[in-house]
Design a protein around this ligand. Structure first.
Ligand SMILES: NC(=O)c1ccc[n+]([C@@H]2O[C@H](COP(=O)([O-])OP(=O)(O)OC[C@H]3O[C@@H](n4cnc5c(N)ncnc54)[C@H](OP(=O)(O)O)[C@@H]3O)[C@@H](O)[C@H]2O)c1
Length: 260
């Protein structure tokens, strides 16, 4: 779905690009010739990625290291993006928490809302204005297979992803006439640092960030919800066949076992 018009001198902004799915997306977009604005908190990891990409591809890279829950970081991202031909925004930064709601620190849980929801809403609002200036542009949001029902033992994380799923579905229609394609990505379990950061065990069927990023590239330009790769599709679609209360029950069993 990517055309030459998308890539020639156009820019992609990716949050959460020092690791995991965001990093793989950055590599894929660099291969296609996009210039990149990269964000995550770790400037060291981002600089390593910049050096690696620049040794393989002839593109421009800007690094904005910082926490996206801080308004200053978001202001810097918007300022850089506004001066460029921004065609693609991938808001991959996010984290999860497993454990019972009343046993997890409230400050950390509120920060999860700030990172997974508040920052995404603010960046979508402000970068959306930049994307609207193009004939065609892409916004990629991250939901999850846990975002289609409650998930006991990861209740708030699931709620943040439910929020993104619902928000994205609404925007897909609202922004149709603005030619912003909104791809909502709903991965199943993916082998990245995500599990370790969430304090969870991830066994059984697990996908890779490369497969997720490849699937995103193949569907860029479409306004759909994407279960990326076999594992996400298999788990996502088989769960959706079940009534919501059964899905919540299953999620509770899975998440309880995942608590380290
Ligand atoms: N992996 C899965 O199983 C899975 C499943 C469903 C959905 N997802 C969603 O997919 C997205 C990507 O996850 P992933 O698996 O790639 O996770 P990951 O490997 O942990 O990578 C997360 C990225 O986000 C950055 N980040 C975290 N907090 C940040 C903050 N406050 N400000 C700026 N950057 C921040 C991290 O870098 P720094 O630490 O350097 O900031 C890192 O680059 C997330 O939204 C996640 O919820 C993942």
């Amino acid at each position: 779905m990517i055309t030459m018009m998308d890539t020639e001198q156009s820019w992609a902004l990716i949050t959460g690009s020092s690791e995991g799915i965001g990093r793989c997306c950055a590599l894929n977009l660099a291969k296609k010739g996009f210039n990149l604005i990269l964000n995550a908190r770790s400037s060291e990891r981002l600089n390593e990625l910049k050096v690696f990409i620049e040794s393989h591809f002839k593109i421009n890279i800007i690094i904005i290291a910082g926490d996206i829950s801080f308004i200053e970081t978001r202001n810097n991202l918007v300022a850089q993006a506004s001066q460029r031909d921004l065609s693609t925004v991938i808001l991959s930064a996010g984290f999860g928490l497993v454990g019972k709601f009343d046993q997890l620190p409230i400050d950390l849980q509120l920060n999860m809302i700030d990172v997974n929801c508040r920052a995404v809403v603010d960046l979508t609002y402000r970068l959306g204005e930049v994307l609207k200036q193009r004939q065609k542009s892409n916004l990629v949001l991250f939901s999850s297979i846990v975002g289609f029902q409650g998930a006991p033992h990861s209740s708030l994380y699931a709620a943040t992803k439910n929020f993104i799923q619902s928000f994205g579905e609404g925007l897909q229609t609202e922004w149709k006439d603005k030619n912003i394609n909104i791809l909502i990505v709903a991965p199943g379990p993916i082998a990245t640092k995500f599990a370790e950061r969430a304090g969870m065990r991830m066994d059984g069927l697990v996908g890779t960030p490369e497969i997720v990023a490849d699937s995103i590239m193949n569907h860029l330009g479409q306004s759909i919800t994407l279960f990326p790769g076999f594992v996400s599709k298999f788990l996502g679609y088989s769960l959706l066949l079940l009534p919501r209360f059964v899905r919540t029950f299953i999620m509770g069993k899975v998440m309880r076992q995942a608590v380290i």
